[in-house]
Every structure is written in structure tokens, then in C-alpha cells.
Design a protein around this ligand. Sequence first.
Ligand SMILES: Nc1ncnc2c1ncn2[C@@H]1O[C@H](COP(=O)(O)OP(=O)(O)OP(=O)(O)O)[C@@H](O)[C@H]1O
Ligand SMILES: [Mg+2]
Length: 227
Amino acid sequence: MWTPPNPDGRWPNDHTLYTSVSGGGKSQALLQNPKIPKRGARVILWDHAPDHPGDHFRTKKGFLVALRKGIERNLKTGAGFRVAFSGPRTVDNYEWWCEAVWRSLDGRYRTYALAEELSAVSISTAKATPMAAILLNEMRKYGGVFHGTTQRPQEIPKTYFEQCEHKYVGQQKTLKQLKKMAEEIGVTVDQLRALDKLQFYVDDGSAKAPELITIKAKSPKGVRWSD
Ligand SMILES: Nc1ncnc2c1ncn2[C@@H]1O[C@H](COP(=O)(O)OP(=O)(O)OP(=O)(O)O)[C@@H](O)[C@H]1O
Ligand SMILES: [Mg+2]
């Protein structure tokens, strides 16, 4: 299999998973995550609502052309890019998008892959689909950072939980989800039950207790449709 250039094992695992009920604030938490630079970053999105700034494409061709241009310009001038695929949300298309992300990686640079609503493209709670698994398991050493959201943590592959060291856990829908997510990050079910929308416990994967944060909603600025 093709592998990206310039592997560098020193990159930290910054992969991040966001879970909450619909309207709980996942997309806002991702939009406002201070760890993703607002400018100058290489950002590739799977974003259908859309919830995030960037150039959005419904066709694969439009997306790939813009991505290639963004990478070429980034290599020449250091300018960032934000290119989103917003075509049909099928598992096959998600696998194709994951491969496009994989082929964009270069271990000299940070590349952010942001994916909205993973349950829509998950077929099993066991292993992630092949290209998604390659991203999650291997992109770190090529500078890749994965951020994914889901309303339904019980429907997505365990690979996401294992590989995303950072977790934002907001309001949950069922007792089963409350128990699962409380256990994932080491808080109590009652702590999670007390959350309002736009509130999250943020676990950074360390032994520290998760931090409670409250986000103020903002409209995403710079959402563009290109085809
Ligand atoms: N553009 C906006 N302006 C003001 N408030 C907003 C805006 N977008 C979202 N909100 C508020 O923020 C809350 C969280 O919205 P967000 O889109 O982050 O939810 P979500 O968890 O991603 O939901 P879903 O799973 O349906 O995508 C909403 O309930 C709404 O009150
Ligand atoms: Mg959302």
C-alpha cells in the first residue's frame, strides 16, 4: 500500500471524538476547538450540514481538484486550506474520503481530518471500515489529526474510542449511552446527566479528571458552496 512521505513518530495523538444528543453541541465544540488553527491549517472535512467554514463540494471531482490545489499552494506558500466533501453520505464515499485524506498526509505538516456524524457511515461496532481504520491507526505519524462527531456512540466502531485519546462528552440520550460514555472518560452517570446543551466533559486521555467546559454557540463564518 502507498504510504505518505516523511513519517515522524514524535507527533502526539490529538485525535478527538465528540458525542452528545442532537443539538447538544458537538459541531460547535469541534468548530470552536482551539487546537485546530483558524488560519493557515490544512483541513479536510466530511461536512454535510454544513457546520464548518471551508469550500464545500458535492462532487468527488470538485473536491479532489480543490484538495490538490490546496496542497500544492500549501507546499509553495504555506497557505492553509479547508476543503469539504458534502456529496452522498454512503459508507463507500466515506472510505473514498478517508483515502483522499490518507493521500494528502505528509509527516512534515499537521493535516486535520474533520468528520461529522460517524454513525451515518458506520456498519459495525467492531473494527472501523478499512480506510477509516488506516487513518485512525496510522495517520498520527504522518502529521494527521482526526476529529469526529457522533450522536450515537453505541453505533460506531470501537476503533474510534480506542484511537481518539481526546473525548468531548456532552448530553446523552439513553441510560446505556450515559453508562458507556461515563465509563469511557471516568465520570459518573449523574455528572453526565447534569449537563446542559453546549456543556461537555473533556477528557485528554491523561490520568487527570475530565474538565467541564461550557461553549457559547457561534455561526460558522466562511461556509462556501463550490459545486
Ligand atoms: N449558528 C448558530 N447560532 C446560534 N446558536 C447555534 C448555532 N448553531 C447551533 N446553535 C446552538 O448550539 C446548540 C448546539 O448545536 P450543534 O450544531 O453543535 O449541535 P450538534 O450536537 O452538532 O447536533 P447534531 O447532532 O444535530 O448535529 C444548538 O442546540 C443551538 O442551540
Ligand atoms: Mg452537528
